[in-house]
Every structure is written in structure tokens, then in C-alpha cells.
Design a protein around this ligand. Sequence first.
Ligand code: FAD
Ligand code: NAP
Length: 378
Amino acid sequence: MHIGLSFTANNGAQCLLHGACVSILEAKLLCAVLSAQSHIIGDLSIMSTTHHTKTLIVGSGPAGCTAAIYAARASLEPIMVRGLQPGGQLTITTDVENYPGFAETIQGPWLMEQMEAQATHVGTTIIADTITDADLSVRPFKLVGDSGDIYTCDALIIATGASARWLGLPSEEAFMGMGVSACATCDGFFYRGKEVAVIGGGNTAVEEALYLTNHASKVTLIHRRDSLRSEKILQTRILNNPKVEVIWDTVLEEVLGNAGGPALPLGGAVSPPGVTGLRLKNVKSGEESTINVDGVFIAIGHSPNTEIFKGQLDMDGSGYILTKPGTPMTSIPGVFASGDVQDHTYQQAVTAAGTGCMAALDAERYIAELEADTVATQ
Ligand code: FAD
Ligand code: NAP
């Protein structure tokens, strides 16, 4: 069940744990552990809390954190709900070399820790919860968290991102960030002079493969059918590129690689874990084969995280939130969308951060107008 845990500490302060999804027994055990560890005393009670804020931000990736920084500095006292992936997609990658401001390579998880710390530093309240329901037909807008808590807000910034779709192979997960990637623009640079493969046959896969030819010595595009879904112009480019080989009617069965470890029997250099090849299967003949590659890019599409807003906001056929061109404004005044949730073209940390900034600035203007209207009618 979903509960909020409430404790009263020695100094009388109340401590709330959000996002708990536990049984009563587990809750009591947790209470006992917490009481023992942190000298928290008091009764466990099951409750839900209502949080009202001028600006609620849903999502804690680059778009959400940037919106939070701007909203907090505009005295909008924002609440940012983190979701199941605190810090967003960059937390599942390693080296980030294209976020401006850092001469040396930085780590994705570190960058997101810094963004969140900056958002907190300027006054954002960050809550570990996941929004499961939203009612955008009422004012203030009303959202419900997985914890059971209710969030009401005058302006809403949706920054729930888009999740790269994965094949779901255990070996794919095992080598994620160590040879398996979903972002050629981000990771292609690391394969200079090496051989890589791309899985998929849509625009993204073909664009990723073309991009990778700038770095890799050979790119193998592996597609499950015998024709590409991508636009004709991209097909012409990819099929005429001497660095590209296309393997048709074929699916990826297993990512092959080494788990890492000492390279020499008596110690010495440690070999990093990494991908060495792919085991493939032809879907027509059933024949299996292996190819040698240093990296594989999964490009089978992205899914925007917009399920909870379906039927309330205008979206395109793939579920991306439609915004007024050049702005983060959605089809409902006071609801703004930023980052990958409204962008299937660029999908970069810096563009997500940029639109997060735009959403907060527009939220500030929207709230100022609301407040001016309220004063005028009084
Ligand atoms: P996301 O980062 O996707 O964050 C979405 C947030 O929304 C998450 O915090 C999630 O928990 C939250 N959320 C979702 N649903 C809910 C809900 N119901 N309730 C509450 N919260 C919710 N870009 C670069 O510029 N450089 C790179 O090097 C780079 N490397 C990448 C490597 C990989 C492997 C991947 C997958 C992407 C990479 N990208 C890179 C792309 C970049 O990560 C994204 O463009 C960027 O993270 C999008 O930011 P966002 O804030 O829109 O969404
Ligand atoms: P997409 O068009 O949905 O294509 C996904 C590809 O992955 C398809 O070829 C599909 O195969 C394949 N695929 C899906 N699931 C698979 C699986 N489990 N195993 C193996 N292969 C699988 O996705 P996208 O390419 O990311 O594009 C998404 C949207 O963004 C599209 O509307 C696209 O036009 C747009 N986009 C536009 C541009 C541009 O305008 N330059 C660039 C990128 C994306 P099948 O073909 O067999 O279904």
C-alpha cells in the first residue's frame, strides 16, 4: 500500500517519508529501525499530505532542475517531484562531453547531482514521489503522488522526459554505459576508429548510424525487416555510405563482452569491462551468427512519459506534448512542458535545460497575471 510515514522527533519537528510503498508490517519495521538509528520518537500514523505551491515541477532531469532553479530565484517557491529516476536519463550514462561549461569530461550522474544541489540551494523543495494522476480541469491544478500525497499548484511544469526504448535483454542491461548506448550524439565520440552496430530501422537509427560514420571505422545497421522505416532521403544516404553495412531481417539475441578485471596474471593494468561483439539471429532462416563490435547503439524509438496527461493535453501521434511553437506553452494555460517530453528532434541535456528555463520564465509571467487579476477583482 502507499503511505506517508509521520514521526515526531525529539525536538518536536515532524518528519515525513514520501513515496513509501510498503506493507503495514514493513512500515512498522521501518519505524523501529528509524527510531533506533536516529532517535526519532513518536507514533507511526498513516496519512496523506496536501502540498500547495505556486509552481509544481514534475521531473528532476535537466529540464526539471533548470525550471526549478529559475522558478526558485523568481520567488515562486517551487516544489519539484523527482519521480522514479531522480536526475533523469543522464544518470544512466557515464562520460558527458557536450554539456557546455566543463573543459574536462564529466560524469552524467555527477552533473545531475550538481543541478539538483543548485536547485535546492536557491530554495526548491524536492520531494521523492512519483505523480500517478493529474486533474488539469480544476484550478488550482491537482495531482496525486504514488505516496498518496496531493499536490495543488497555480502553474504546472511538466518535465517528465522520454525514455529510450530498450530491447530488454539481460546482456543489454549488463553492458549499459559500457558499450551499450541509446545516444550516438553523446557516446559516438568514444568509438573513434572502432567498429559499432546500430539496432533499428527508423529515422533515429539511420541518423544515429550516419552520425557514427563520423567517428567509427565501420557501422553495421541491424534491422529486423528487409526495408527501412526511415525517410527515403535518409535511406539513400545510408545505403550509399561506404562505411555502412546493413544486415537485414535480423535481431539481436545477446550482447557479448568481457566483465573486466586484471589484464595480467600478476596484476598490472586492469582491463575495463566492455562490449566485444553481438550474437544475431536471422528471423527468416533462424540462422545464428556473431559479429565483432566495440559498441552497440539501440535506436528502436523513445517513448515520452506522458501517460498521466493523456486526454487532457494536446499531443502528437507518438504521445509527445504539443507546445505553441517557440514556447513551452501547452494547450492548457498555466501548464508548461519542457525537455524531451515535448521534443523528439533534439533530445539533448542542454536543450532540455534551455526549455526548462523558458517554462519557468513563462510560469512566472502567468502567475504574475493571475495575481494581478485577483487583485483587480477584489
Ligand atoms: P529526463 O532526463 O528524461 O528526466 C525525466 C524526469 O522525469 C526524471 O527525473 C523522472 O524521474 C521524472 N518523471 C518521469 N515521470 C514522472 C512522474 N510520473 N512523476 C514524477 N517524475 C517523473 N544528452 C546530452 O546532452 N549529452 C549526453 O552525453 C547524453 N548522453 C545520454 C546518454 C544516454 C544513455 C541517454 C539515454 C541519453 C543521453 N542524453 C545526453 C540525452 C539526455 O539525457 C536527455 O536529452 C535529457 O536527460 C532530457 O532531459 P529531461 O529533463 O527532459 O528528461
Ligand atoms: P520509430 O520510427 O518508431 O522506429 C523504430 C525502429 O525500431 C523501427 O524501424 C522498428 O522496426 C524498430 N524496432 C522497434 N522495436 C524493435 C525491437 N523490439 N526490436 C528490433 N527493432 C525494433 O522510432 P524513431 O526512429 O526513434 O522515430 C520516432 C519518431 O521521431 C518518428 O516519428 C520519426 O519520424 C521521428 N524522428 C524524426 C527525425 C527527423 O525528422 N530527422 C529524426 C528522428 C526521429 P519496424 O520498422 O520493423 O517497426
